[in-house]
Design a protein around this ligand. Structure first.
Ligand code: PLP
Length: 425
């Protein structure tokens, strides 16, 4: 099997004789068929093919196939955002009256999706700290729990998830473990090798890496046996009346059922499909992902070490630092590095954070992360602005937390920029 770098460049697409070397942008909403009967077969999921780009588009599917290869999964789909990917991954398993256990160390937007919007849809969530013991995790489960969810490296708190512990408790309870693998990407971390069942991504981040498109992906490992837990997942194991009684896990097997159902039902009804052009741009990013991640990690490590040694800095959170509480666990699951994001606090709290950030020249203030260009954000003043100081501490994002996303510039220049901005505080 080809290595990850080769798959970043060539995975998912191999042109036939005389076909374009670069993936074609199929900028078409619809697809022509010679007979209504032929099209009918597509609508019944009796034949594979494209009919309307709200559900599926060939450019998006080519890029999804590359991401499936990178993660080592059996099937994948692209979505129009990371938010849509996480919503689809969870909602594909749940209905009103169901319950999900999730790590409390997750991206604020995902937390809001779960705790506010999906709660309004009748799905209940229990949040557990990623360092919870197995017994604490077990205690969060209920008979109606349908999934366990976490982030491999949490944005912005940078907690690292113990996949084996989470997978063990999920499987004991007969539910899949879903992990958002946005920050390390499959270049640094392959959750399926540690028992994770479904992976999601905000492809807006490192996978794109150049700030050109908002997108997401859902990938299935094909390892979860839906029929072994038939009563929990009637959506996969009993007839779907909206597709003439198809049973997804029967017709598409363990490797294809989850993604086929997600496309056939959720894409059909919610239409969160990416534009073909966006899928094309994402693929350009993926072609250099293995090179960029190496540099992001080198820069993150150098910057974290510089910050840790600086008197003006109160604390640093970076899993690559030996002093970090997740150092060992990160080495186990991500031996080649984690990501380029470093979270830290400047002595003097919230005010010092603002002073420091306005002194930066090279690093730009932006609501973005995981980009080729270094960017910086003060969550307490932006993404988490609605939370009180007490609430901020509770979700692991203290009022002084600065999230610095190290790009792929020269580390010496990044450090010089940080040094001069710290000198102004
Ligand atoms: N998951 C993680 C880890 C994220 O950092 C983000 C966004 O920052 C999302 C999901 C949501 O992705 P998007 O902004 O592409 O909707």
């Amino acid at each position: 099997m080809a290595k990850i770098g080769t798959n970043c460049v060539q995975g998912g697409y191999r042109p036939n004789n005389g076909e374009p070397r670069q993936i074609p942008i199929i900028q078409s909403t619809t697809f022509r068929y010679e007979s209504s009967a032929a099209m009918g077969k597509l609508f019944d999921l009796e034949a594979a093919g494209y009919f309307y780009s709200r559900l599926q588009n060939p450019t998006a599917d080519t890029v999804a196939a590359k991401i499936a290869v990178l993660e080592g999964g059996t099937a994948a789909m692209l979505t129009s955002s990371g938010q849509a990917a996480n919503f689809f991954a969870v909602f594909n398993l749940c209905s009103a009256g169901d319950h999900v256990v999730a790590s409390s160390a997750i991206y604020g937007g995902t937390y809001n999706l779960f705790a506010v919007t999906m709660k309004r849809m009748g799905i209940d969530f229990t949040f557990v700290h990623p360092t919870a013991s197995e017994d604490e995790l077990r205690a969060a489960f209920r008979p109606n729990t349908k999934a366990l969810f976490g982030e491999s490296i949490a944005n912005p708190a940078l907690d690292v998830l113990d996949f084996e512990k989470f997978a063990k408790v999920a499987h004991e309870n007969g539910v899949p473990l879903i992990v958002d693998n946005t920050f390390p990407t499959p270049v640094n971390c392959r959750p399926f090798e540690w028992g994770v069942d479904i992976v999601t991504h905000s492809t807006t981040k490192y996978m794109d890496g150049h700030g050109t498109q908002v997108g997401g992906a859902v990938v299935d490992s094909g390892n979860f046996d839906w029929f072994a837990h038939k009563d929990k997942y009637p959506g996969l194991t009993t007839p779907d009346e909206s597709y003439h009684g198809i049973v997804y896990a029967e017709k598409f097997g363990q490797g294809g059922a989850f993604i086929t159902k997600c496309v056939a039902q959720l894409m059909r009804d919610f239409g969160s499909s990416p534009a073909p052009m966006n899928a094309f741009l994402l693929n350009l990013g993926l072609e250099s992902l293995h090179l960029r991640m190496k540099r992001h990690c080198e820069n993150g490590q150098k910057v974290a070490e510089f910050l840790e040694a600086n008197d003006k800095v109160a604390w640093v959170q970076y899993p690559g630092l030996k002093s970090n509480k997740y150092y060992e666990i990160a080495k186990k699951y991500m031996p080649n590095g984690t990501c380029g994001v470093v979270s830290f606090g400047v002595k003097g709290g919230r005010d010092a954070a603002e002073k420091f950030m306005s002194g930066l020249k090279l690093a730009q203030i932006a609501t973005h992360v995981a980009d080729a260009r270094t960017c910086v954000l003060h969550p307490a003043n932006s993404t988490h602005r609605q939370l009180s100081d007490e609430e901020l501490v509770k979700c692991g994002v203290g009022p002084d937390l600065i999230r610095l996303s190290c790009g792929i510039e020269d580390a010496d220049d990044l450090i010089a920029d940080i040094d001069q901005a710290l000198a102004r505080v």
